[in-house]
Design a protein around this ligand. Structure first.
Ligand SMILES: [Zn+2]
Length: 115
């Protein structure tokens, strides 16, 4: 078995677009352009361990790498995500985890106050 070399990903700037649910602007690697990423676009049906999981969102990006190379794969049912989609998914998971941890800390504080 060979170890797979992974290049560390640069942290790209991600900003939610106000009024648009699950849609974000992502800074390009050169910091000049922005790409629009819609996390809910292209819903896939993925089978994992014999269980059908519905609504696995591939997401869609308007960068040329996604539009010309990855979109055809995604349309054929493959998970095909560019670095901008991956950056948004990281951002989104971090946001959820932060909210979750904040809620957990608040719950502990409430418990301590009532004890
Ligand atoms: Zn992209």
């Amino acid at each position: 078995m060979t170890a797979q070399k992974k290049t560390p990903r640069k942290t790209l700037s991600v900003a939610p677009i106000e009024g648009e649910r699950f849609v974000f602007n992502v800074e390009s690697e050169n910091g000049i352009e922005f790409y629009r990423v819609d996390l809910t676009a292209i819903s896939l049906t993925v089978r994992a361990h014999g269980t059908t999981i519905l609504n696995t969102f591939n997401g869609q990006c308007d960068c040329s790498h996604f539009q010309f190379r990855l979109l055809p794969l995604a349309r054929h049912g493959f998970i095909a995500r560019c670095k901008h989609i991956l950056a948004v998914r990281d951002y989104f998971l971090d946001s959820i985890m932060n909210e979750y941890l904040k809620a957990e800390i608040e719950a502990v504080k409430r418990q301590e106050r009532s004890a």
